[in-house]
Design a protein around this ligand. Structure first.
Ligand code: AKG
Length: 252
């Protein structure tokens, strides 16, 4: 698997605000991550809940820095970071990463939002941030896969307000965008990775199925967009990339 977008892939990312790389991580790599997360006591104790408007809850564990654990091998992988550097046009650092667990029948929905809708308040002057959502389990309509509005990143940042525990985008604009832009359900197999712009409107439904939907979401900021003030996520911190075989070689 190459570590960069082709010219056409990068053009599609810039036009649509997202691009899905199929099979970015292979079944052995994702299997290792699933096994690790299921047996990782520290991870289990860090999980906290985020409720949607109907009270359904998604579980999350979030880290602001990448270290030597297995989650970090994915966040530091050249396959992700080199693509992020193409997408954001220069050196990036890890803004944070999170494991998101939408468990069967209980995992909650996410309202329409842009990530820059709230990262804006963290002192990031420009929307030079992006995320990579690595499917840890299969994601489909039934278990509440990511939905995006193709091209909505071109709207720029729109106003956001509180809904439940979450921050949602101004519905007047979202409703017009829904009439004018294509709604894409990003169905994924484990290992597929969705790269998306911080101004892309996205949401997801609750998980009403019998299958879990787990994701590892790694978010990056451009070094030249170093936040001008302290916030809950870090300022520029160099990120050491790891090579192709790092996940395969990783041991507890
Ligand atoms: O993957 C999802 O269901 C939504 C996650 C999301 O919107 C986010 O982390 O910003």
């Amino acid at each position: 698997m190459t570590s960069t977008f082709s010219v056409n892939e990068l053009a599609a990312y810039q036009r649509d605000g997202f691009f899905i790389v199929r099979g970015l991580f292979d079944p052995a790599e994702i299997g290792k991550l699933q096994d690790y997360a299921k047996s990782d006591q520290a991870f289990a104790s860090q999980l906290y809940g985020r409720k949607d408007a109907s009270g359904k809850e998604t579980k999350l564990a979030l880290w602001n820095t990448a270290g030597e654990d297995l989650y970090s091998m994915f966040a530091r992988s050249r396959r992700v970071v080199d693509r992020m550097e193409q997408a954001l046009g220069g050196e990036v650092y890890l803004y944070h990463m999170k494991m998101m667990l939408k468990e069967p029948q209980v995992g909650g929905a996410w309202e329409w939002h842009q990530d820059y809708g709230y990262w804006y308040s963290n002192g990031c002057l420009l929307p030079l941030l992006a995320s990579s959502l690595i499917a840890v389990s299969r994601a489909n309509k039934a278990n509440g896969c990511l939905q995006v509005l193709r091209g909505s990143h071109l709207m720029g940042r729109i106003d956001h307000g509180k809904t439940g525990d979450q921050t949602g985008a101004d519905l007047e604009r979202v409703n017009v965008a829904l009439e004018r832009m294509e709604l894409v359900y990003c169905e994924c197999e484990p290992g597929d990775t969705i790269f998306f712009d911080s101004n892309l409107l996205h949401r997801s439904d609750a998980n009403d199925s019998d299958d879990p939907r787990w994701s590892l979401i790694c978010c990056y900021n451009a070094r030249r967009n170093d936040p001008y003030k302290e916030s809950r996520h870090p300022r520029y911190t160099p990120l050491a990339k790891v090579e192709e075989e790092a996940i395969r070689r990783w041991q507890r």
